[in-house]
Design a binder for this molecule. Sequence first.
Ligand code: AMP
Length: 515
Amino acid sequence: MNLAHLLERAARVHRTAPALHVGARQLCDYRGFAAAAARLGAGFRDRLRLAPGERVAIFMENAPDYLIALWGAWFAGLAVVPVNAKLHPREVLYALQNSGAQALIVSDSHAAGLAPLLAQAPDCAHVITPGAASWRRLLETEALAEPLHRGPDDVAWLFYTSGTTGKPKGVMITHRNLFAMTLCYLADVDEVDPRDAIVYAAPISHGAGLYNFPHVLKGARHVVPESGGFDPAELVDLSRSVGRLSMFAAPTMVKRLVDHVASRGADPSGFKTIVYGGGPMYVEDIRRGLDAMGDRFVQIYGQGESPMTITALSRAILADRAHPRWAERIASVGVAQSLCEVRVGDAGGRALPAGEIGEVMTRGDAVMAGYWRDPEATAKTLRAGWLFTGDVGSLDADGFLTLKDRSKDVVISGGSNIYPREVEEALLTHPDVAEVSIIGRRDPEWGEIVVAFVVARAGATVAPADLDSLCLASIARFKRPKAYRFVASLPKNNYGKVLKTELRDLDARLAAGGN
Ligand code: AMP
C-alpha cells in the first residue's frame, strides 16, 4: 500500500480539520491539503510524464509547500530525495546524479546557486520552483482519483547520508519502513489527536519531517514557523497561540529552548511533547529541561538507516524520579520500540550478555532496504537480517540501551552529522597542508564542535582564514572547523592510522593549559 493513502484517508475522516499553517495562520484543512497533493501528483504523472518509482529531489527550506511536494510525489508513486537545505550546491549535485532524479523541486532562494551545475545532472529534466508558473501549472492538473499503487518494499524516501569512507550513500527507505516508524511513534512516543499540532522547527528533510506521518494519520495540525526554523522565542509564542504543540528537536535545540524558558520564566503549558534525539543528550541538560518545562519530553534513538525507530525513552520513565535507577535510565536511550528488535553484539553479531559493551544492532520493519545502487556498502551494513548501526553501547537486564560512543568518528554538531573525511579532504586541497585530522570536541552549546589538527608542510605557515575559504568553496558552511590546532605531526598506530583518541586527549590537555 502507498503511504499516500494516509493523507487520502485523513481527508475523508478529518475533512474539515485544520491541516497546514504558517505560524498560527491556517492555510487549508485536510480536504484542501489532500486535494493539492492529488493535483500535484497528477501534474507529475500527466504533465511531466513521471512514472512510479522515478525520483523527485526536493531542495528547499521548511515551508507548507514542502509537505505538498512530498505528498504530491507519493500520490504519483514517486520516491522523494529530500536534500538538506544547508548543503553546498556541489553536494546537492551529487545527490541528483547518484539518485538519477528526473525532477527537482527547488526553492527560489536556492535555484540560482544550483542552476549552473544542472547541466551535469542530465537525468533531471524538470526543475520546478514552488510559487512559480511551472508549479502552478502542475497544481492546475485534474487531481488523481487515488494514489497510484505502490508495494510495501518500494522506495518512498531516498535519503543521502555521508560515509566516513567514500561518497555519500542513498538510504532506501520504503513505504513499509515509514508505516513502521509511524506506528512506533503512536505506540512508543506519543498519542496524537486532531487537536494536536506539530511544529517543524528542524529541517523537514530529516527526522522532523518524518514525524509528519503520525500527525497526518491522526488529522493533527502542521505548523511551519514564520522563520522557517528554530527560534526559541518564536516557539514559545507559537505554543501560546497554537497550543498542544509537539516537535522533534536535536539536544542542542532542546537546551536552547530550555534556557530561554527558564531565563524568562515562560509558561511551558502550550507545549505538549518535545521529542529529542539524533545525538547525545547530557544528563544535566535533560534534568534542567524536566525542571523548567515539566514532563513533556520523550527521547528517541534512530539513524538514517532505521529512521527515528530503534529505541525510545518514554515520558513516563523520564517522569519517574522515585525509581531507584532513574539517574541511569535518563542517561540511556530507553528500550526497543515496539516493532524493533535490538541487540548488542560482538564482532560476529552474536548477542552479548546484559552489561557488556558491543555494537548496537537492530532488526525489523523500520530497517532500510539497503543503499541505493551500492550492494557492497549494503552487504557491510545489513548482515543476516540485522542492521549494524556502528554505534557502541550496552543493554541492561531490563532492556535499557546506553550508548557509549560511536564507532564511526562522526562529529554531531547542533544535531547535524559531520563526517571527518569530507572536511579533511577539503582542507587537504590547501597546497601547504601536509596532513590533517578532524575530531569532535564536546561543547555545551553545540553538543560537539569540529576541531581540525593540521600539519603544515615544512617551512610553511597556513592561515586559518585560508582554510575556512577552502571549506566554504566545497562543503556546507556548518561543517567548517570551529578551531584549528597546528601540530608538528599526528599520532599514528603501526599501520599509519591516525589515533583520534590521542588527538582528543591532546586537545583537552591543550585546552586545560589555556592554549
Ligand atoms: P543519522 O543517521 O544522521 O540520523 O545519525 C544517527 C546517529 O546519531 C546514530 O547512529 C547515533 O550515533 C546518533 N544518535 C541518534 N539518536 C541518538 C540519541 N538519542 N542519543 C545519542 N546518539 C544518538
